[in-house]
Every structure is written in C-alpha cells, then in structure tokens.
Unconditional design. Sequence first.
Length: 255
Amino acid sequence: MAEAYERFRPGYPVELFDLITAYAGRPHRTALEIGAGTGKATRLFARHGVAVTATERHGVAVTATEPDGAMLAELRKRLPAGVRTVRAAFEDLRPDETYGLVFVAAALHWTAAEGRWSRMAALLEPGGVFASFGGPIQLADPALEEAVRAARAPYLESDGVPSPDGTPPDHAMQWPGTELRRSEWFTGVQQSVIERRLTMSASDYVGHLSTVSAYLMLPAGEREQVFGRILRVLPETVEIDADLTVHLARRRHTL
C-alpha cells in the first residue's frame, strides 16, 4: 500500500508553499508534519525553504511523523536533508518541542476529534501557523465521472470522504475551517483553493483509487471487480481535477 501511495498520489505544487509562507508573513524556521505518509508534502517544505535554516537546528528543520511503519520506510527512501522522522500517531505526540509550522496533508480526518485542537496548539509556537490541505481527485469530464459512478454502484455508493463535522459540501467554509473558527486556540482562519488539472493514464487513475479509503474497505475480491469495471469505461488517458483546499490558522499568543 505504501508503494501505491508513493506511485499514484500526486505531489504538491510550490504554489502551496508560497501560499502558506505568505500567510505566515515570515520564513518557517521549523516545521512538523502530522501523518506524513510517504512524505510528498514533507519534501515540498524541506526543499523550498524550511530546511534553509537547518544548520541552526543541528541539521533538522522539518520533522515528519507517521504511525505506519511501511509508509515511514517509503518516506525514508527519499528523505531530503534536514528532515527527521518519528514513528508516532498524532495522539501520541508530546509537546516537548514546539514548531513555527504544523501541517497536515490529506490526513487530518484520521485524527481523533476529542482534544484535536488543544493538542495541535500545544505543538505550535505562539503565533505559529497551522495548515491543512487536500481534496478529492475527480475526473474532469462529467460524463466519465458518471460512468465511473455507475460502474462502482453495485459495490460502492460513494467514494468520497464525508465531512467529519457534517458540514454540507456547498457551505462557504469547509471542515476543518469550521472547527478552527470555533476553537479557542486559533485565530485568523482562512480558506483558499489551488486549482490543478492533471493528466494521467486510466491505469494510474485506478491505481490512485486503490489508495482511497472507501475502496480499501471493500473485500479484496470486490475491490478487484470494481476496478476492472471502472477500467472498462475509461479511455486510455484521463484528465482529472485535483484542486487543493487549504485551511490556515494562527495559534493565539496566549492560551
């Protein structure tokens, strides 16, 4: 599974780094990623600025945490300079050290809701920035999207991730921005969208689906059947919409 994540999930554009840096208003001296997976977001931040000050931190500027050993092993194969790795779930992290930036790439919904924001705030320096980003990958052609929906229907009604707090999909502010606005720990909540249109082969698109939780929950036999049905309705290459919704907030100076 870790190899599939690395191969089929898109990386993150430099525009994301620029957006978060502009919000912070200053360079990120240290950063922590929660649920780093195979490290695609960690690589972006390590290579575009955070690790510039690594010498001041004894060679470590970005810390990547991940509870799954296979994911962490895949991450370590491509480890940039200035990155430390820790095998730990978010709930097991202790605020022995605080960071200027804490970020989560398409993994926040896996964290426990109870105490989420107090734990997050405890990992941040006063005034530090929290960033969460991600979004569904969808076929750009509505007719193809409908064909895939029909192909998976006997096995799976939807492959989306429902909003953890029940926010409707047409609401102006999406989760986790909704929770951040209600939190006593954070201020300056912002939501932005980075638009992306990508082209990939049909087989790579199905490879991406193999990393989506809705499909992972199917029995192995059914999963293979639904992937076969989807492949049969797709052309050789497909265009996908892979917009990133980015939520930013700042830890209050006094808690």
